[in-house]
Design a protein around this ligand. Structure first.
Ligand SMILES: Nc1nc2c(c(=O)[nH]1)N[C@H]1C(S)=C(S)[C@@H](COP(=O)(O)O)O[C@H]1N2
Ligand SMILES: [Mo]
Length: 210
């Protein structure tokens, strides 16, 4: 436990505890700001920025939730040191979005946008992980409002703040830019296996200047 064990790529067996983390039973609620109210008629999911075709793409809630559904088991590691192990997440893989609204070749990073302007930046390769998923369900049940209903991103190999709850879209970027927590002292990459918690730990190349 707590050892930065050797991992066999993205699909490595989960339910190892990253260094410095402890197991949390139950599922606490952690976020900044209020829980947004879901208004289906006003909700859309947008892909914009440097798209391959130069166009913006958007889906209504009905259209988005009709995309092919898949599920996977993954852990959630909060930077404040609790981990929730073995949840089953159901939803739409991030790769599906990359396929149906592809980025331009020059895209290196994405900004994932959520309600109230919350955002988190990811390297394109992290977003494109076969295990990154826009989740609508957890353990077979629809997400509750406080856990991100109707949609949250889960990126199992990074700290949980890299997965916005109440997500509304993705911006394709040709250069890196910091998201909400990345501007406020958290690490630009956020790999829990390397304990990349804080921005002061960043090494040259890990992120844009603060
Ligand atoms: N929109 C939004 N998403 C967010 C956050 C936030 O502040 N706002 N916090 C993140 C953090 S730090 C964690 S640990 C997880 C917590 O998810 P949970 O409340 O479902 O446990 O949500 C992440 N997603
Ligand atoms: Mo967190």
């Amino acid at each position: 436990m707590g050892q930065p064990v050797e991992r066999e790529g993205e699909a490595a067996a989960q339910s190892e505890l990253p260094p410095g983390q402890r197991i949390q039973r139950g599922w606490p609620v952690t976020h900044y700001g209020p829980v947004p109210k879901f208004r289906p008629e006003r909700w859309d999911f947008r892909v914009f920025g440097a798209t391959a075709d130069g166009e913006k793409h958007s889906w209504t809630h009905e259209e988005f939730t009709a995309l092919p559904y898949t599920s996977l088991v993954a852990d959630l590691h909060c930077v404040t040191k609790f981990s929730m192990l073995g949840a089953e997440w159901g939803g739409i893989p991030a790769r599906t979005i990359l396929q149906i609204a592809p980025p331009a070749p020059a895209v290196t990073h994405v900004m994932v946008w959520a309600e109230y302007g919350f955002s988190s930046n990811l390297r394109l390769a992290d977003f494109a992980s076969e295990r990154s998923i826009f989740a609508t369900h957890r353990d077979g049940e629809l997400l509750t409002a406080e856990h991100g209903f109707p949609l949250r991103l889960v990126v199992p190999h990074l700290y949980a703040w890299k997965g916005p709850k109440w997500v509304r879209g993705v911006e394709y970027m040709t250069a890196d830019r910091r998201g909400f927590w990345e501007e406020r002292g958290y690490h630009n990459i956020g790999d829990p296996w390397r304990e990349q918690r804080y921005s002061y730990q960043e090494e040259p190349g890990d992120g844009p200047g603060l």
